[in-house]
Design a protein around this ligand. Structure first.
Ligand SMILES: [Zn+2]
Ligand SMILES: [Zn+2]
Length: 282
């Protein structure tokens, strides 16, 4: 048994990642990119959107869950949306259409503890992201996911985390030991500081509840690989800022840090806003 992973698109213009075990096919987030885009990218990888068994939401920002793409996909194809129980009230406040989804029996709540869905073991872990200071935005309880597939004694593991302002040792441990990792590489700090964005936005992005810089992500990835004793063979850099980052800056920051830690044999890929990552099979 294996897990196939493909980031279909990632960034502030929408996020969606396929996790496919053959028996179970789930999406992590599915927003803003458009139903047509998501359906077409799934089809390219051999998956009919009707075969999706669930959508797991990381948090409630509109580039991850929205009423214009996520909810219609769930309604049209009878796909349950899994949300952290701490996000439920925020989802209701954000859009009344969420209640329609709930009334249709398509909302499932999870806690920050391990559970099994269709043979896929899912361990959500909390991350620091969202409201604070000027930003009273409604994001619910942001999480990353560790997903495991057990085949006898063999465990295949995938870890996913985008949208977090800082990485703690607990998060690194939660993601460690994964065969494949998706981690955000949001911005280059100097580009962010020099950008014409409003100052409050820049401060939020750079702060502990904003997004990870290339250097923060690179250090976290090196620690995740070391904690996992080098098991990680694939990493995808995601959620790159289109204004304050480039694939070259993100890739070079990560390569530099992995070289510094004598880490080799890890395939590094990048997922862009409308350019999927390569398909990873672990
Ligand atoms: Zn986001
Ligand atoms: Zn976010």
């Amino acid at each position: 048994m294996a897990i196939k992973i493909k980031v279909l698109g990632s960034g502030s213009g929408g996020n969606c990642t396929l996790v496919d075990t053959g028996r179970t096919r789930v999406l992590i987030d599915a927003a803003r990119l458009g139903q047509r885009y998501i359906t077409a990218r799934l089809s390219e990888t051999g998956v009919d959107i009707k075969e999706i068994d669930a959508i797991f939401a990381t948090h409630m920002h509109g580039d991850h869950v929205d009423s214009g793409v996520t909810y219609p996909i769930c309604r049209k194809h009878d796909i349950p949306l899994f949300v952290h129980e701490g996000s439920f009230a925020d989802l209701v406040r954000r859009s009344s259409r969420f209640l329609e989804l709930e009334r249709a029996g398509l909302v499932r709540k999870f806690r920050t503890e391990r559970f099994v869905f269709n043979g896929l073991t899912i361990s959500p872990f909390e991350v620091s992201h969202g409201s604070g200071g000027w930003n009273a935005d409604i994001v619910g309880r942001p999480v990353g996911f560790r997903m495991s597939l057990f085949d006898g004694p063999r465990e295949t593991v995938f870890s996913y985390s985008t949208d977090l302002g800082q990485v703690t040792p607990e998060i690194e441990q939660a993601m460690a030991g994964a065969d494949a990792v998706v981690i955000e590489c949001n911005h280059d700090v100097e580009s962010e500081k020099k950008s014409s964005r409003p100052r409050f936005l820049v401060e939020w992005v750079l702060g502990p509840r904003g997004h990870l810089s290339n250097d923060q992500s690179a250090k976290a990835l090196a620690n995740i690989i070391k904690f996992g004793r080098g098991r990680t063979r694939h990493a995808v850099l995601a959620h790159l800022s289109e204004d304050c980052n480039t694939p070259v800056l993100a890739m070079s920051a990560v390569r530099r840090e992995l070289d510094r830690n004598d880490i080799c044999n890890v395939n590094i890929d990048i997922a862009l806003q409308r350019e999927p990552s390569a398909e990873i099979i672990i």
